[in-house]
Design a protein around this ligand. Structure first.
Ligand code: BES
Ligand code: MN
Ligand code: MN
Length: 454
């Protein structure tokens, strides 16, 4: 297998680069044609490597690419999930090369989607090829790659509920997360949930002269800022009543263990150009990201933002606000609490609207399962070091649904790094990481199938 990978790695990279060239941005309708092209490209590649019954499953949104290789119904089945859609690439001017003109620089592939998630999905496609060319796959494989992860996976949710038999599997395998460092392998065992809102504060019925009216009317932007500021107290606790009621409280022993993971605040600060960390009082950086819920403004706008000065009180102000959730918060519960609280803190003189967007549930994946052990053993072989379990801060909403709807646990076998700049300009993925993934995944299958046959 090692020599097959070596002999073919240049082609593997070229194929990935061709896929990355297709701007499959799901958030922007302008790219709809490209989204379909990216799905089609993947379908062809899946057929080429020997997956069977490959199809584009139509949904109310973007198609789901599906394929399978059932070698023996008595063997276990691994369902691989990933997404071929990518985040918008803007701001374009901050990219050093075009987001959809992939280049390899300093052993890294630069392109939107290089790490999140096309590069990581493609590791699975090529790992499958490697196995097929070297004796076949040791268990059944199903592959399902969606095109709407970055916009909330709502159609995948429906698809999963309607296709329980088709998606029957013993474990879900996903490469859409990261690890600590290339010499510190790790496996994420937790993802946070999400509650996301757009808020609108309306004051006067038109934009006003800020001299003629200023001081005598509620300025929606001033008010919005004040309302947002009040959502955290002086210790950076979130002030929404009931927000923490269901938060899973870890024992001191569990917290101590969590803080064992290799992490340096110095490196953390340095990597993002910060003089200090900032967050909820009483928790470490690892805890703030992994096990504590958060509230962040993702965008805020209103009034005059053009050249020069315009003396105006805007009629409206807006913000996008997200909350990351941890077990056992639910997005419905937090959404309701947020809506009620945000409306309640509005002063007289403005009206407030809260529009909830897509949400997602938090999840913790088991570390005592056959599949987790197969993944940890595989990484230990290829990295020469036992991976440590970590609690990640990001969200993949479908993972909780795989558990609740299909009853299947997930292994998050991710090979990205925090420094890969996913969702940011100059997203990249290490060639080392891409190839390590292709090397590790077949070992996962071997270990997993072997453990099952015992
Ligand atoms: N792959 C990421 C999530 C991720 C990245 C988890 C790194 C752990 C480590 C995924 O594509 C993503 O961006 N998810 C969104 C949520 C989605 C509903 C838009 C997120 O976390 O903001
Ligand atoms: Mn992703
Ligand atoms: Mn993403």
């Amino acid at each position: 297998m090692a020599s097959y990978l070596q002999d073919n790695q240049d082609r593997f990279l070229t194929e990935l680069i061709d896929w990355l060239r297709i701007p499959s941005v799901s958030a922007d309708p302008k790219f709809h044609g490209d989204v379909l092209k990216a799905a089609d490209y993947l379908k062809t590649r899946l057929e080429e490597v020997g997956l069977e019954n490959v199809e584009l499953c139509q949904t109310a949104g973007n198609p789901i690419v599906y394929g399978e290789k059932i070698v023996d119904p008595s063997l276990p089945t691994v369902l691989v999930y990933g997404h071929y859609d990518v985040q918008p690439a803007d701001p374009y001017e901050l990219w050093t090369s075009g987001p959809f003109e992939p280049v390899i620089k300093d052993d890294k592939i630069y392109a939107r989607g290089a790490c999140d998630d096309k590069g990581q999905v493609y590791m699975h496609v090529k790992a499958f090829e490697v196995m097929m060319q070297n004796g076949g796959v040791p268990c059944n494989v199903k592959v399902m790659v969606e095109g709407e992860e970055e916009v909330g996976s709502s159609n995948l949710g429906i698809f999963v509920r309607e296709n329980k038999e088709k998606l029957k599997a013993d474990v879900i395998l996903i490469s859409d997360t990261g690890m600590i460092a290339n010499d510190v392998p790790s496996i994420e065992v937790g993802l946070r949930g999400l509650s996301y809102h757009e808020v609108e504060v309306t004051g006067p019925n038109r934009d006003l002269h800020s001299g003629l009216y200023g001081g005598a009317v509620a300025n929606p932007i001033n008010v919005l800022c004040k309302m947002i500021a009040s959502l955290h107290d002086e210790n950076n606790h979130i002030t929404i009543p009931g927000f923490y009621d269901n938060v899973d409280v870890l024992s001191e022993a569990d917290r101590a263990e969590l803080n064992q993971v290799p992490h340096s605040d110095e490196e953390f600060k340095q990597s993002i150009g910060l003089p200090a960390t900032y967050g909820e009082e009483g928790y470490t950086t690892v805890e703030r990201i992994g096990i504590r819920p958060t509230l962040d403004v993702n965008g805020i706008w209103g009034g005059y933002t053009g050249e020069g000065a315009k003396t105006v009180i805007a009629s409206k102000a807006f913000a996008k606000i997200s909350m990351r959730l941890v077990p056992h918060q639910t997005s419905d519960e937090i959404t309701a609490l947020f809506q009620k609280h945000f409306a309640s803190i509005a002063p007289e003189g403005v009206t407030v609207k809260v529009h909830p967007h897509h949400g997602g549930e938090p999840v913790v994946t088991p570390t005592d399962s056959v599949a987790y052990k197969a993944a940890a053993d595989a990484m230990e072989t290829t990295f020469g070091k036992r991976p440590v379990p970590t609690r990640g801060g990001g969200s993949i909403p479908i993972v909780a649904m795989f558990k609740s709807e299909l009853g299947i646990d997930t292994v998050l076998l991710g090979f990205g790094l925090d420094s890969d700049a996913i969702h940011s300009p100059n997203e990249h993925f290490g060639v080392f990481n891409f190839l390590k993934g292709i090397e590790t995944i077949p070992l996962f299958y071997q270990n997993y199938a072997a453990a099952f046959s015992k």
